[in-house]
Design a protein around this ligand. Sequence first.
Ligand SMILES: Cc1cc2nc3c(=O)[nH]c(=O)nc-3n(C[C@H](O)[C@H](O)[C@H](O)COP(=O)(O)O)c2cc1C
Length: 344
Amino acid sequence: MGSVTARLTDSWKLGPLEVPNRVMLAPLAGIGNWFVRLQAKRYGAGMAVSEMVSSHAIHHRNVRTCEEMLRIHPQERRTGPVSIQLFGADPEVMRSAAAYAAGSGADALDLNMGCPVPKVCKTGAGAALLDQPDLAVAVARAACEGSGLPVTVKLRSGRRPGETSGLALARRLVAEAGVAAIALHPRSAAVHHKGRPDYELAARLAGELDAPVILSGGLREREEILAAFEQTGASAVMLARGALGNPWLFSSLLGDRAVEPEREQVVAELRWTIAAAVEHLGADRATRWMRKAYPWYATRLGLERHDEKAMQESLQRAGTLREVDDLLQSCIRGDRSAAQALAV
Ligand SMILES: Cc1cc2nc3c(=O)[nH]c(=O)nc-3n(C[C@H](O)[C@H](O)[C@H](O)COP(=O)(O)O)c2cc1C
């Protein structure tokens, strides 16, 4: 079911859903909330997937999970579907969580069967499900039945290098559970996010699976993304680390040429993100949340290496968002002293 002649700007079908193009935002734990997804959508992403959300926490109606992590902004849907990623290894809990997520407004669900983190695998979820294919199929079937939505599953190629259990599981998930698409990250779980993804393996799956394959892994630069899309025949690509602080990657893939943003645009985008974080989390939590995001943007400010480091450290050290704003102002003015004063 590979899309050999497709272009990234072409629409495609995910079950009954029409996805307007083939560039997506990948699920990113602790990051992919509504405003990060909305940012990707503002720059053209055809679909965005949430950070992973615990099916148990939803089932037990954890307030922060249900109100914060499942929050969908109405504008997110203006340019394509919103998918919520769930993780868990208990089919009945997954059925209940999937129904709740559907009721919260998700257009599609994605199931995490690729996370290598011990905290998740210890519970039998994430990549541990690669070793439990019958259970994995039962979990996916429960998600499909519970939600009534198109369900995708995000998989690794296997748990250990050289293994291809992910491909065998992909076939079963589609044939036996009714999964609408497979997102494949063709690295083994053991290597986490390191090393070269095996695009040949992704091409093999795309060529033989009776459902769309979405490619994840190693997709950072425009040219390499275009090459990987062509090489694998995947139906869509999913940007992860390459999209952090770089929503321009979406527009450059969907437009004719790559345009690097000016410093003012980077600062404006950072300010947009800060304002959204404050709206979502309140000023105190937003101040802390933003600390992980500053390095993503600092590298795009076009500063000398030393000034970039000073700016990044000053932003992360700032105790209030007012201080952050002053630093950004100084950066636009090209005033080095403010960041350096705070960096010492
Ligand atoms: C900080 C971080 C958080 C991630 N969180 C998730 C997650 O919640 N669910 C998931 O399926 N994959 C998660 N991933 C994996 C990414 O979706 C993606 O598959 C991986 O980063 C490979 O793509 P890349 O090499 O282009 O970054 C995460 C990756 C990173 C770096």
